[in-house]
Design a protein around this ligand. Structure first.
Ligand SMILES: [Zn+2]
Length: 423
């Protein structure tokens, strides 16, 4: 509107100017040799204006013809981009729908239109993987990895492939390269942890594991791998401090302290372990060195002091009291255990022993023993180390199940857990 008004005013001015010039009169003379042309001034002005206009239009026309190829290219590129983007979308839909042939077709179209961009390359790789063509996917990932802007994407894909074909050395090398490209990526951390567990690199697994009690078995496993005694001792202490209830760690830490000449601190570690989660091995480490039956009872009483109501505490003191001939004390502990409803086979066997210690070899004793033995046969089994993956029992804890090679599956299983699992 504004420019229309402007043109109108400009036109009015022009017409007024021309009329003014026409009334004013005057002429423009052009003389060439003998030839002489006289043009009225107003007409000369008009011709001049038309001349300018003609030259302007001519130049515009030439510029338009000169720029035509570039404009044509731009239009063609824009169309290719639109077609390429549409093919990318269709390829994504095909990938999501799990139709590899269609995905590969659309990806090929997208690549024709858009060329080898990170987007088309990753789509190529995914489509090839979906079609089960790992070699072709690998090529696409290699191409991605060779570009600085998509290096991490390429390495990520190659790493996933290496893990899938269980090529651990390659996987570890790729993980290191990816870490250098994108330090601290959360996904990579997870993958490196998995790799460390697979390759039994416990120290690396420990460094990558989330803080918590899950670190204790890793630290203990790393200690067993550590050739240097001081560092192994550090790792054992770390394992114990992370989870005092993890008996193998408490035992290893206590053993190391005893060897270093600190029996009092070793005993404290065993007591702390018992307080957190009683375990028969802790009792063995604590009273095993004592040979005098009464001293053994005393050592056990000291060990269970902070956790006296636990079934393992009752059982330990009860059994040792039987051995020491302290039958009253033994009966008190073992009956408390039976009454708690948490007794397992070992408690009934100990009561059978107690009958013999109390009454000697008499028919009444034998009858009482037979009763306890019958109960023992139907009682819950004693706790044990068991692999949760293959269900086999293990004599000792170990980070890898020797039966099924699963990592971190061996745990201490109590009678209650065994009852739940149907034994
Ligand atoms: Zn197993």
């Amino acid at each position: 509107m504004r420019s229309a008004l402007f043109y109108l005013a400009f036109l009015a001015l022009g017409v007024a100017g021309t009329l003014f010039m026409a009334r004013l009169g005057g002429a423009v003379e052009i003389r060439v040799g003998e030839l002489e042309i006289a043009v009225p001034f107003a007409l000369a002005l008009l011709l001049l204006a038309f001349g300018f206009l003609a030259v302007h239009l001519l130049l515009r026309g030439i510029a338009a013809i000169r720029d035509w190829p570039a404009r044509h290219r731009a239009r063609r590129d824009a169309k290719r981009r639109i077609d390429g983007d549409a093919a990318v979308t269709r390829a994504l839909v095909a990938l999501a729908a799990g139709t590899p042939d269609l995905a590969r077709l659309e990806v090929r179209r997208a690549r024709e239109k858009l060329g080898d961009t990170p987007q088309t390359l990753i789509l190529t790789a995914e489509a090839e993987r979906l079609a089960g063509r790992e070699e072709a996917a690998s090529e696409a990932f290699q191409a991605l990895a060779s570009r600085p802007d998509s290096r991490f994407l390429g390495l990520r894909g190659l790493l996933r492939q290496a893990i899938q074909r269980e090529d651990w050395p390659t996987a570890q090398r790729l993980a290191r390269e990816a870490e250098a490209t994108q330090p601290g990526a959360a996904w990579l951390r997870q993958e490196r942890e998995t790799l460390a567990l697979r390759t039994r690199d416990w120290r690396e697994a420990l460094a990558l594991a989330a803080p918590g009690t899950a670190q204790a078995p890793l630290a203990l496993a790393a200690a067993a791998q550590e050739p240097e005694a001081a560092r192994a001792a550090d790792l054992e202490r770390q394992a114990f401090q992370t989870d005092p209830g993890f008996a193998p760690a408490a035992l290893a830490h206590a053993r190391r302290l005893r060897e270093a000449g600190s029996p009092r601190r070793a005993r404290q570690v065993l007591e702390d372990g018992w307080k957190a989660r009683p375990h028969p091995d802790l009792a063995e480490a604590c009273v095993g060195a004592e040979t005098d039956p009464l001293q053994r009872v005393k050592a056990a009483e000291h060990l269970v002091e902070s956790n006296p109501k636990h079934p393992e505490s009752h059982l330990l003191v009860g059994r040792l009291a039987v051995e020491a001939g302290l039958t009253g004390r033994a009966r008190q502990e073992l009956e408390a255990l039976i009454n708690s409803g948490l007794a397992d086979r070992r408690a009934f066997l100990a009561l059978s022993d107690l009958e013999e210690a109390e009454g000697g070899d008499t028919p009444a004793t034998r009858a009482a023993q037979a009763r306890w033995l019958r109960l023992a046969a139907t009682a819950a089994p004693e706790p044990r180390w068991r692999c949760s993956a293959c269900g086999t029992d293990q004599a000792v804890w170990s980070p890898v199940c020797p039966q099924c090679q699963s990592v971190g599956t061996i745990g201490w299983t109590t009678p209650q857990q065994l009852a739940l699992s149907g034994e």
